[in-house]
Structures are given as C-alpha cells and as structure tokens.
Design a protein around this ligand. Sequence first.
Ligand code: PMP
Length: 457
Amino acid sequence: MTTLSNSLAQADIAHNLHPYTDARAFEQNGPLIIERGKGIHVWDSTGKQYIEGLSGLWSVAVGFGEDRLVKVAAEQMAKLPYYHVFSSKSHEPGIRLSEKLVEMAPEGLNHVFYTNSGSEANDTVVKMVWYMNNALGRPQKKKFLARNKAYHGVTMVAASLTGLPGNHRDFDVPLIPVVRLTCPHFYRFGQEGETEAQFCARLLKELEDTIASEGADTIAALIGEPLMGAGGVLPPPEGYWEGVEKICRANDILLVSDEVINGFGRLGTPFGCQKYGFTPDIMSVSKQMSSSYMPIAAVLFSDPVFNAIADNSHKIGTFGHGYTASSHPVATAVALENLKIIEERDLMGNARRLAPRLQDGMRRFADNPLVGEVRGTGLIAAVELVADKATKAMFDPVGKVGARASVIGHEEGLIFRAIGDTLALCPPLICTEADIDEILVRMGRTLDRLAAEIKPA
Ligand code: PMP
C-alpha cells in the first residue's frame, strides 16, 4: 500500500500540474491521494478517514457513494453513453433535466443551455448577452458589472469576471470590459463608524454612480453570487440584492445570478436569489446540480433573452455556440437523478433545519483569540482568522496560518477549505445533527490547537 501510494505520488509529481497549487512546493510535499468516499466521509491512500467538510469543492450534496447515481450512470452508459445536441439532435435525459431545472427555478427562467463547467457557463452568459445585444441593435451595450472578490471561474472570460487578484496575475486578464464594484463584505469593507445599513446604502449609491458615469447604454449586465463563495463565504448586507435589482431594472441592465455554489439548497432555499429576494434574468448553475458525480453546468434564462437569441439565430441560420459534451446524456441523467434525490429526501429542508446548528456552533468560535469574524448562512459558514481582533489586522503573509489550519484539520480528520486565512465549511446536504456536531468538534480542536501554536499580536 505504502509502496503503491509512494509510486503514485511520484508519478503525480512527475506529470500533473495541479490547479490552485504551488507547483514547486508540491514537488516537496506531494499529494494527499483520496481513494474512496462514502456518505460524508473520504479515505486517503493510507486508510485515514476524513469528514469532507467542504463537500469536495462545495458540491457533493448527496454525499459520496450514492448507489442510485451509480446505477443511473451505468444504465445510461449502456443505453446511450454519448450523443450530442447540435443541429436539432436530442435525447431524453437532456430534455427531462431541463424540465426539472425550469420547474425548480424562479419564475420566468424557462430556457436552458448546457456546459461542462461553471466557468464555461459564465463564458456562455457573456456570449449570449453580447449576441442578444448585437441582435437588438445596441452593440455598444457590452460591459459587465462584477464585484471585487467575486468568483465566476477561470476560463479567459469567466476569469475576467472573477474579482480575485490570484486569478488575474500574469494571466493577462481581464480580457473583456468589466467594471468592478465594492465587495459587499461589511467586516472588511465597511468604513470606520459606518453601520451595516449605511454600508449597504453606500454600495447601492456606488452602483448608481457607476452606471451614470459609464452610461447605462454601455452596460449589458451585472453578475454576482447571491452569497459569495470562493471569495471567502461572504453574505451580503440586508437589503443589498433588492436594491441592486431595482437599480438594474431601472437602467435596463440584466441581472445574472451565479448560483454555482448557492444553488440547489445550499442556503436552505432552492436558489440563493430566493434567499435574498431578487429574480435574475439569467442564472448559472453547476456543482450540487449533479453532486459533481459528472461534470455538468447550465445557464438558465428568461423568455426575452431567449427570444432575442432565437430571432438572431434564425437570421444567421444557426446559434454558433456549444460544446461537444453540452447536455451529455450520462451527465444529464445523473444530474436528474441527483435532483430527484435532493427532493425526495428533502435535503433542502434538511439544510434549512440544520442551519442554526451549524451557524450557532460556528459562532461559538468567536471567542477564539484568532477568530476575527464568523459568518455564513444555511449550510455554508466560515471563520476568518486575524492577527489582531481589535484592528482586524490580517496575518502576514496572508494564507500561511490558513494553510497551517488545513494541516491540523487533516490531522483532526476534517477537510475544510482555507481561503487565505478564512476557513470555510460547506458540508454535504445529507448531514445529520450528529454529523454537524462532529464537524464542529473537529473544527473546535483545530482552532484550539492553532491558537496554542500561534500567539496573536
Ligand atoms: N462560479 C462560482 C460561483 C463558483 O464557485 C465556481 C467554482 N467554484 C465557478 C463559477 C466555476 O466553476 P468551475 O470550477 O466548474 O469552472
């Protein structure tokens, strides 16, 4: 076993460039090879068990080793392992999944386009909106509004929408005109003496001023995650999204909700936009849609967006966009079964019921000398570690303490995600009360050990 994992590790080091990894440090440290999973647990190649406190990458809603998904995938593989949906071809799982998505989605999002990843979904959003505005005779209406710390993916255009420095540096993005707005995170971006309500009002004023100075006729859409995920688990201030929606509507700017993490019950509502009281024109979805058993994502959009695109495709003779694996039969069949499981087992209700247990439990860590802020809602939560609680000063360099926390977490049998020095939890929707309690015990031990090692300033 050890020999195998050593040789596997050597081969990994020799050949694989890992996403979001320091490639030189990886040569020294090697991989953590995960071998199997069941329920909320995964096991590494030495046999050590972990609770997957981030559901993989915020996605394995139904847990690992779900037999129903295995069976559906095998059956679809045997029946029709692949077909495409170009030039009017179609297949049943792709049609049924779209029916289901439209049934679950907020009112008015009646149309679906499939991609393989969240990044491609957001690239597709930009292409669709540009295509639409060209068709409507307003070719100057192309800019996107996006927030600092947003995560919308990493393909060239999605990375342009993303507002994190690490996704831009040395990649020569942004590639498209993106106008940035302040990140709606009060703890970090609220000003001295400002209340949260005043912070929210300032951000909405900034949005209005930005639209006025750029010109509403140059701005196509605003894209945002209802609760920002990979930027550090950042819920917006109260009233923020209602205000954003109103301003977008008044200026004929499309509202795009990136639901890649929020969607399918993570916040206790089917979609994050419902939690925060706004109705988007377009949504991107992925992750919990298939519990990431198969790579699949989708763009859902309204009748007006569809009609403009449909008319233009008629004029041109085609809608010249699509991927070989758009609406892949196995991926769509698995996603459909996954959504049925989420409904039948009321996993969104489970998330809603368990939310106070996770959120209250996490807030008890506010006493830890390293914890500057505890935040989250539904079944997503985070603690932000700081060097000085009073001044909110960050550790220098940012990320070192977070990385150390991950190592201790692993020793304690808990996988979470360190985003800089913010430790994020996003456990599978199948969790029980006892699972949440155990996650909190392990997180508590991790934070205690970390505080004992690192003396705050
Ligand atoms: N949007 C959001 C909100 C995401 O969190 C992510 C991935 N974490 C993406 C888009 C990109 O998805 P993918 O990694 O599948 O390209």
